[in-house]
Write a protein that binds this ligand. Structure first.
Ligand code: ADP
Length: 466
């Protein structure tokens, strides 16, 4: 609101100005003697009063309009004033109202665009960090805050990412304005491998952003690469060892044992053992690669697990007899069928029963139990089921020390390499079991007590008709 004093001063000024021509004419009349001085005063006062009556509402309207425009300029939400006194001013006020409405619409659109961009930036799974000219954080997205913490604004990037490769690349981009891509690893707050793309704006944005860093989490990719490299190295090593033995035996038979038939028979037997070992290894590698390829497709066939177990156990009768062991199948209830692929489930039974005989103590019993279970392990694969069929293979052997249990299903992992090789193990059997069970959306549990024995339990989803 304009102050009353100011309003009064403008009123006086405007009235004086408006009555100036009349004053001049009246003065001329007086000078020429056409008008008496007393009439002059009355006439002028009359002019002044009528000017006030005309000018006052006009001034009030202008005053209200000024206030209205001031309020709009300050983004205040105000009603347009009533300016019906003067037609032209009212038109101006209408124009201002229209301008205000369109400005409000534009403002709303801009706010919507900002909100949309905010959501977009936040939902990007990659980490976004925007920096100012001094490499301090201006903005981040949700992924960045999840990994590096909430209060990142204004922090220098070097306080958030402590990695020389990344910082070196950033400084180089700042210097020569050319975007770069680097891969780096951080250990804090948790270990991560990242691929960073660093881009520089030619001029800082209105929000003060000069550089944008996008970080993609490539931890899994790196782990996969490492695993593949390790796998190739391990597989080559596993094959090279028996191959080197066979080559050694051949050289011996061709050289020093050339004329020694007894030694030749002995070496041929050793060569056969090594060739068998290579053959088992190649077979297991092929099985593993086959189940790995199919791991995302859950098998859907109806499988009678009891039948599969009875058939597989028969294959081990001879091996069990050699160690004076007995294999007992323990099936108490009438069991529902499981959902899966018969060949792969036979492989699971084969590997678990085979291990129980290999690592079980001679003269003891191996028990293969099959039952319906409603207390299921909390692993991801089992969460959606209420009941499952549980296959357990129990042996009375040396058992496995606790620290080894989590790693048993890794490829080529062995608790005791020398012993495993002696019993003909490839180190791939449990890796194959784990992959098959994962593909079947099942779960596997290993319990073992050193000196007493081990139980390998596998949970499989039930087959549902239709
Ligand atoms: P392998 O072909 O060598 O038996 P696995 O993947 O089947 O390979 O097993 C990995 C390792 O786990 C074995 O080398 C052995 O040390 C241990 N292991 C597996 N089953 C048993 C068991 N029933 N009792 C004791 N140790 C076992």
């Amino acid at each position: 609101m304009q102050k009353p004093v100011i309003l009064f001063t403008s009123l006086v000024k405007t009235v004086m100005l408006a009555s100036l021509p009349t004053l001049m004419v009246l003065t001329l009349y007086v000078v020429l003697g056409l008008f008496e001085l007393s009439h002059f005063f009355f006439a002028y006062i009359g002019v002044l009063l009528s000017s006030i009556v005309i000018v006052y509402p006009f001034l009030i309207s202008v005053n209200a309009l000024t206030n209205y425009v001031n309020d709009l300029a300050q983004d205040k939400k105000v009603e347009a004033p009533n300016l019906s006194v003067l037609n032209t001013v009212e038109k101006l006020s209408e124009a201002l109202k229209r301008f205000n409405r369109s400005w409000e619409r534009k403002k709303q659109q801009m706010e919507n665009i900002i909100i949309e961009r905010e959501i977009l930036v936040d939902t990007i799974p990659d980490i976004l960090i925007m920096l100012d000219n001094d490499n301090r954080v201006v903005r981040t997205n949700r992924a960045a805050r999840t990994i590096f913490g909430q209060n990142l604004a204004k922090k220098p990037l070097r306080d958030i990412i402590h990695n020389e490769t990344m910082l070196g690349a950033l400084y180089a981009v700042v210097e020569d304005m050319r975007g770069r891509q680097v891969e780096f690893r951080i250990e804090h707050p948790t270990p991560y491998d990242f691929r960073a793309i660093i881009e520089r704006f030619p001029v800082p944005s209105t929000g003060g952003i000069s550089t944008i860093i996008t970080l993609t989490d490539i931890t899994e990719l790196k782990r996969g690469e490492q695993m593949r490299a390790d796998f190739v190295a391990n597989a080559s090593h596993e094959i090279r060892t028996p191959l080197a033995s066979i080559i050694g035996f051949i050289e011996t038979i061709q050289g020093p044992a050339k004329d020694d038939p007894e030694a030749q028979v002995q070496f041929l037997k050793l060569m056969n053992d090594q060739a068998q070992r290579m053959s088992r290894l190649v077979q297991d590698l092929l099985t593993l690669s086959k189940v790995e390829v199919d791991v995302s497709k859950a098998p859907m066939d109806k499988v009678n697990l009891v039948k599969v177990v009875r058939r597989e156990v028969q294959h081990f009768e001879w091996a069990a007899q050699q160690k004076k062991m007995n294999i007992r199948i323990d099936v108490r209830d009438e069991l529902p069928a499981v959902k899966g692929e018969e060949g792969e489930l036979a492989q699971v039974v084969h590997n678990l029963v085979g291990n129980a005989i290999k690592y079980g103590t001679a003269g003891t019993e191996v028990t293969v139990g099959i039952r319906l279970s409603s207390s299921l392990p909390s692993s991801a694969g089992m969460r959606s089921y209420e009941r499952a069929v549980c296959l357990s293979v129990r042996d009375k052997g040396e058992g496995i020390p606790k620290e080894h249990i989590p790693r048993l299903t890794e490829r080529f992992y062995r608790v005791d390499s020398a012993r495993t090789r002696k019993v003909g193990g490839t180190g791939l059997g449990l890796a194959i079991v784990k992959h098959i069970i994962t593909r079947h959306r099942g779960a596997m549990m290993i319990d073992s007590v050193v000196g007493k024995g081990s139980v390998f339990s596998v949970y499989l989803p039930l087959y549902e008709e239709g």
